[in-house]
Structure formats: C-alpha cells, structure tokens
Design a protein around this ligand. Structure first.
Ligand SMILES: *Cc1c(COP(=O)(O)O)cnc(C)c1O
Ligand code: SF4
Length: 430
C-alpha cells in the first residue's frame, strides 16, 4: 500500500507527540534528549510508521539510524550535558555553550570539509562549491542543507545544527555557475547536501537548468545525492510536486545528459515498502539511473548478510551498487566505527554471495584528504602482513588505481592509523 499520510516531523521539541514514544524506556528517552542537544535529531512519520520495527527497537537498524543512543557520547560528555539540562538555573545559552564545547571535541570538519577543496575565482572562494577531483564538482545548494530525517552517524552533522559558521552553502548570486562554465575539465556535477531532494522542483530547477544551458556542453553527467528513497519516497510518488520533479529529471535526460541518482541506502529494510518500490520505478522511468552508496556502520549494517541482501535487492529493483564507504572519523565515530580488517571481511563475504551484476560496488573506501583509498585485501610477503590499498579517486589523477601497501594493523579504523609497509611511502606523500 502506498504511504499517503501528510508529512509530520518530530524533533526534541515535540517528540512526546510521537505515538510510539512511550515504547521507549526512560533511559532511552534521556539518551535521546541529552545527545539530541548536541547532534541533530529529526525523524518523520514515514520512517516511524513504515520503517522502524517498534517491537524490536533495541536492535532495529532504522531506529539506530535515526534515534540517538546514550553511548554515542563519552560518559564524561554525556554527564556534562545531562547535568546542564537538569540544572534549574541553566539558560538556553548555557546549554548551547556546553553543546558547542562537546561538538568541538567530535572532529566537526573531517578531511577539512569547510575550507579544503573550495575553488577560487577572481581570488574569491566560490561559495557552496567543492572541486577536489578533476572531473567532478560538488554543489551544496543553500536550500538543500537539511534532510527529511537525520542519520545519527552523519558526517555532515555540523551543517544541521543551526550554527552559521559551520555551514557550507551556495550564495544567492550562484557564483558556482560561472565557475562551472569556465572549467571545461569538469564533466560531472554532484548536487549534494544535506539532501537536495528537500527542495521543491522549482528550486531544484534553479540549480539544474543552468547546467543544461549553452556553454555547459562539457557537463555530461548530473548527479543528485539523496536519501529520499529511504526517508520520503512520496517525493516521487504522490506528493503534490512529484510529477514536476519527475518531469525535471526527464528534461535532463532529454537534453542528452546522464542523470545519476546517487541513493544513500544503509540497509535492505529501507527498500521494502511499496512506496519506495514505486519511487524507484518512477525515477527509472524518466531515464535516470539509480546508483547506491552507503557507509559501513556498527549497530546498523556491520553484517555481511545485510549487505549481500541489500545489493541483491538493489539489482533486482534496477539500481546499480556503487560505493561502500568506511565511516568517517567524526561525530560519534567510537560508537559507529569498526576496524578496517572487519570492514574488508564484511565486504569480501558479502560480495562473494552476489552475482556479477552486484559486484559493481567498490570498497570499503575511505574518503580522506588525498582521495578515496580502497582496502583491496590483506597479503603476507616475506613474513610481513600488509593491507593492499588502492586509490579510487585522487587529487593527482596519476595515482588512481596504482596499488600500494600499509602495515597490517588489526586496530586501524582510518587512513591516519596506517603506516606504509615494506619500506615504501604512500604515493600521496611526496
Ligand atoms: C566521491 C567524491 C566524488 C566523486 O567521485 P567518483 O569516484 O567519480 O564517484 C567527487 N568529489 C568528492 C569530494 C568526493 O568525495
Ligand atoms: S541523509 Fe545524508 S546528509 Fe542527511 S543526515 Fe543522513 S547522511 Fe547526513
């Protein structure tokens, strides 16, 4: 049955109105309130009604994806915020100060998110644009810097906590258009966020239409990064604006460019509803191609069977599995992170269980400062154990697909934890 309820948003301010709220224990409610004052919390009625299994909340992956858990903070951080919230003389300003102190401890800008990769034009930074890899530029539309629900593990969480100094978005004049026009090496534009599918068709069109205009022939592929298939598939099915959105997608395809819908999907449960199936079919019928990507995250999808089932289901529904990412070292990374060894094991086990059509997915990959570093395997040469690594993307295109080695370390969770093996250097270290 198609989900046809009106959108209802739940935040800390009205969470008591959620019909299932009293299923939560007091400890869970407290955890949500304490952590939700530091990291962004928002969930909508599609997620709560269609996706979360309230009979098994403690272990439900979609509940974990959207609701905070006490253990996402260190006990010191947790107690500090909890004390502030319970102190009768705390003002909202006091709580905000403490929240900001704790946020600063959570590595809010991994891999230099705010400043790195921002190109300049006439000696000025181009607002809301990132250009890291030669062929691909990212646009962060100012109206798309929020999501239909927030993921607890999101690495872009500082975008959503209302602090303007942490935000990254396009300017009103859309300076990015001029930059794209001048940079003929760019073939791909990725519209990202937040979730660009928070925008209505008219606003999204303001970002897409200029890419179809004269002088933009070098832009061959328009990508939209979105989690709307999981969080609000009605966007493409029965929202008042759904037909206009699909018409805009079709317009891109009819103009002779490729529209790549980059769906963020963490678990097969997200693509089990009738509304999600219909949304996928409707997007595909415009001629757009849906590719999928997800980080691997403890408590949500650290299980090879979840991945192989998800990839099989994606292929059956006509989507192309694209990337498996290693969760970035930001936010509650101690809670969600897992070792590179374990991530590789899950990838290999899962990919051995699918047919070639799903083996298009690459990973586990770390989006780090030098580029996307993929863990290809573990080897042992002359008694020394090592990770085999590969750059899937690099600032220096000459380094793409040139394998290299790091000393094996069963605790390593990120590139920064690794050292070169066999007396070599990492290729991106000159
Ligand atoms: C992943 C990524 C891209 C796109 O890389 P592809 O391998 O072409 O998908 C572009 N820019 C940034 C900053 C990225 O992280
Ligand atoms: S949908 Fe994407 S940007 Fe939005 S909270 Fe989730 S991971 Fe972050």
């Amino acid at each position: 049955m198609t989900f046809d309820q009106k959108l209802k948003l739940y935040t800390l301010g009205n969470i008591e109105k959620l019909p299932q709220y009293n299923i939560l224990t007091d400890e869970m409610k407290e955890g949500l309130r304490v952590v939700g004052n530091i990291l962004p919390f928002r969930v909508n009625n599609y997620v709560t009604e269609e996706l979360i299994d309230w009979d098994n909340v403690e272990t439900d992956p979609i509940f974990r994806l959207t609701f905070m858990d006490k253990l996402m903070l260190s006990s010191e951080q947790y107690n500090k915020m909890n004390a502030a919230l319970n102190h009768e003389h705390s003002s909202p300003a006091d709580i905000k100060t403490i929240a900001n102190e704790i946020r600063a401890e959570l590595n809010p800008h991994p891999a230099g998110q705010l400043s790195a990769n921002v190109p300049t034009m006439d000696n000025e930074p181009v607002p809301g644009l990132q250009h890291k890899y030669r062929e691909t530029a990212l646009i962060f539309p100012s109206q798309g810097q929020q999501c239909h629900s927030y993921c607890t593990f999101c690495f872009r969480w500082p975008q959503f906590i209302g602090d303007a100094t942490l935000k990254f978005a396009t300017d009103q004049a859309k300076t990015f258009v001029k930059y794209l026009r001048e940079h003929k090496e760019i073939t791909d534009v990725l519209i990202t966020g937040g979730d660009p599918m928070m925008m209505n068709s008219r606003t999204l069109g303001l970002y897409i239409e200029p890419l179809l205009a004269e002088g933009m022939e070098h832009i061959q592929n328009i990508r939209i990064g979105s989690k709307s298939l999981s969080y609000w598939p009605s966007k493409f099915v029965n929202d008042a604006d759904a037909e206009n959105i699909l018409a805009l997608f079709k317009k891109v395809v009819d103009s002779g460019k490729h529209l790549a819908f980059m769906a963020h999907l963490n678990h097969w449960k997200e693509i089990t509803t009738d509304t999600a199936h219909q949304a996928i079919a409707n997007i595909r019928s415009t001629g757009a191609v849906i590719r999928t990507q997800s980080p691997i995250i403890k408590h949500i999808n650290d299980d090879a069977e979840v991945w192989s089932k998800m990839w099989k289901e994606q292929v059956r529904l006509g989507m192309i599995p694209y990337y498996m990412f290693v969760e970035r070292d930001t936010g509650p990374s101690h809670y969600f992170g897992l070792s590179l060894e374990r991530a590789l094991d899950i990838y290999q086990t899962a990919i051995r269980n699918v047919s070639g059509l799903a083996r298009t997915v690459r990973g586990p990959s770390m989006s780090a400062h030098p580029g996307k570093v993929c863990i290809e395997g573990i080897c042992e040469i002359n008694g020394e154990k090592a990770f085999i690594l590969n750059m899937l993307q690099s600032r220096d295109p000459e380094l793409v697909k040139a394998p290299f080695f790091a000393k094996f370390d069963d605790k390593a969770e990120w590139l920064g934890d690794l050292e070169p093996a066999f007396n070599t250097k990492f290729p991106f270290e000159s």
